[in-house]
Design a binder for this molecule. Structure first.
Ligand SMILES: Nc1ncnc2c1ncn2[C@@H]1O[C@H](COP(=O)(O)OP(=O)(O)O)[C@@H](O)[C@H]1O
Ligand SMILES: [Mg+2]
Length: 244
């Protein structure tokens, strides 16, 4: 069951510097928000705040109706948030098979063996990897590994999915193909998702809306086309050029 995500006035300080500065945003249940920002703008930190690994100094985070984080305090622990992450380096277990990677996250959950096997079989069929479930990550192509990574997140039936530049290491053709596929997968499951990237084309292709992050601040929220009127933003032109 997907859920809304809301941040209100979130600030994260690191070594006296504001890595996130008064970040407020809301992702309705079932919507995809892309977050566009250059390296170091705070994208990963933002996802870690939502996942519950970073405790903001100020501001609150809500997941659905629940207050999960308040100033200086994690109210609901990461493992209880039922949120799945897809990491930039994918972080697949190299010593486990595709099946093993998917089963790992389900272990210790209240899921019977039969249900676990059904869920793994269903998602592997959906991402086209049924025939490769006994392979190890090292025996897969780059695109196949990306599909294992998203399957591993979705098999948990999470309330939201956080994706941290999962496609940045792929060549252009494959990236395009996987972008459409990810969008389709998230859409059919009505998954709430936050998708962070430094690539304006990815942000536009994936997100229903986009938040532009600059040095820890959201400087634009809405469609990237809306940047046309933002002559105050020095990089707006650069983003629009990348989309042209
Ligand atoms: N644990 C930390 N300690 C100190 N600085 C950090 C820490 N985590 C992130 N930062 C700094 O915060 C800024 C934003 O980092 P990050 O969220 O990883 O950005 P992005 O994912 O957009 O590249 C960077 O300048 C980074 O060096
Ligand atoms: Mg990052």
């Amino acid at each position: 069951m997907s859920t809304s995500i809301e941040l209100d006035g979130v600030a994260v300080l690191r070594q006296g510097r504001k890595v996130l500065d008064e970040v407020s945003l809301r992702v309705p249940a079932g919507a995809i928000l892309s977050v566009l920002g250059s390296s170091g703008s705070g994208k990963t930190t933002l996802l870690r705040v939502v996942a519950g690994f970073v405790r903001p100094q100020s501001g609150v985070v809500r997941i659905g109706d629940a207050l999960v984080s308040e100033p200086g305090r994690i109210v609901i622990a990461p493992e209880e948030r039922e949120i799945a992450m897809v990491f930039q380096d994918l972080a697949l277990w190299p010593h486990l098979t595709v099946h093993g990677n998917l089963a790992f996250g389900l272990a210790g959950r209240n899921v019977t063996r039969a249900e676990r096997e059904d869920r793994i079989a269903a998602i592997l069929a959906r991402v086209g990897l049924s025939a490769k479930e006994r392979r190890h990550p090292g025996e897969l192509s780059g695109g196949e590994r990306q599909r294992v990574a998203i399957a591993r997140a979705l098999v948990l039936d999470p309330r939201a999915v956080l994706l941290d530049e999962p496609l940045s290491n792929l060549d252009v053709g494959l990236k395009q193909e996987l972008l459409s596929f990810f969008r389709e997968l998230l859409g059919e499951r009505k998954a709430t998702a936050l998708y962070v990237t430094h690539d304006p084309r990815e942000a536009q292709a994936l997100g229903d809306h986009t938040a532009v992050l600059d040095e820890g601040r959201i400087v634009h929220l809405g469609s990237l086309d809306g940047l046309r009127s933002r002559t105050d933003l020095p990089f707006a032109r650069q983003i629009l050029q990348a989309l042209a």
